[in-house]
Every structure is written in structure tokens, then in C-alpha cells.
Design a binder for this molecule. Structure first.
Ligand code: 5GP
Length: 122
């Protein structure tokens, strides 16, 4: 069962941040790191992660200071600009077991392009 109470320094996104495993980076600033999902579910499927250790969106809202929260959220706009996204996008963050979270480091999925309009794919 996924543990989103205690941050695990060996999760795959922590390793990507430390450059211990490769990723296809699309954007980086002091708050956020964004890279292509290894198993894309849409023509554009980017993962956006904070450059600090938060297990989930809940953990982030509890522990991050307001400057970091604002900076991280604003980076999403900059990523859209960088990717030249013009016709909209979908943002998803899964939290915990019942949210379907697999990697215990907060991440937003940014999906765009001509893909299923269903809220959750089957
Ligand atoms: P979750 O189910 O936790 O919301 O999403 C985890 C996402 O991470 C999945 O979409 C999965 O494809 C992606 N992922 C897992 N391992 C790796 C990896 O090593 N590299 C990249 N780029 N994406 C990964």
C-alpha cells in the first residue's frame, strides 16, 4: 500500500530530481520540474513536480509555505507557455490509495491534445 505520510527519498521522482535516473525535461525553475510521462496517455502528457519533498497534494498544502505554493502553482502557467499549449489542457493530481496515486512525490499530470473526453479513462 502506498505510504503518503512519510516521504520516501527513494521514490522514482526523487531520483529524477537528483538526476539519478534520466527524464525528458520540458521545464525547470526554482519551484518546479516538468518532464514527459514515461507512459503517455495523451499527445501531451507532462508530469509537474515540486523541487521539495512532498508526498502528495495534501502533504504539500499542509507543509509548504505560501511563497512556495504560489510559485509552484504559477509555474504551471509558465509550463503551458513553454509547451505552446493553446487549446486547453487537463490537470490531474492523484492522492493516496483511493486516488490511484502510484508515486509518493506530489505530481500533477498535464494532459493535452485530442484524447478521450472521459474524466477517467477505462
Ligand atoms: P500516479 O499514478 O502516481 O498519479 O502517476 C505516476 C505517473 O508516473 C504515471 O503516469 C507513470 O507513467 C509515471 N512514471 C512512473 N515511473 C516513471 C519514470 O521513471 N519516468 C517517467 N518519466 N514517468 C514515470
Amino acid at each position: 500500500m502506498i505510504d503518503i505520510k512519510n516521504y520516501n527519498n527513494n521514490n522514482v521522482f526523487a531520483k529524477i530530481l537528483r538526476k539519478e535516473i534520466p527524464s525528458k525535461k520540458v521545464y525547470e525553475d526554482e519551484y518546479a520540474f516538468a518532464f514527459e510521462d514515461i507512459s503517455p496517455q495523451a499527445p501531451v502528457h507532462i508530469l509537474i513536480i515540486p523541487k521539495k519533498p512532498f508526498c502528495s497534494f495534501d502533504d504539500f498544502l499542509e507543509k509548504a509555505d505560501d511563497t512556495f505554493i504560489l510559485g509552484f502553482i504559477k509555474s504551471i502557467k509558465l509550463i503551458n507557455k513553454c509547451l505552446n499549449i493553446k487549446n486547453g489542457y487537463r490537470l490531474i493530481t492523484n492522492v493516496g490509495l483511493h486516488g490511484g496515486q502510484e508515486v509518493p512525490h506530489l505530481h500533477f499530470h498535464l494532459l493535452s491534445g485530442d484524447f478521450s473526453k472521459k474524466l477517467v479513462s477505462s
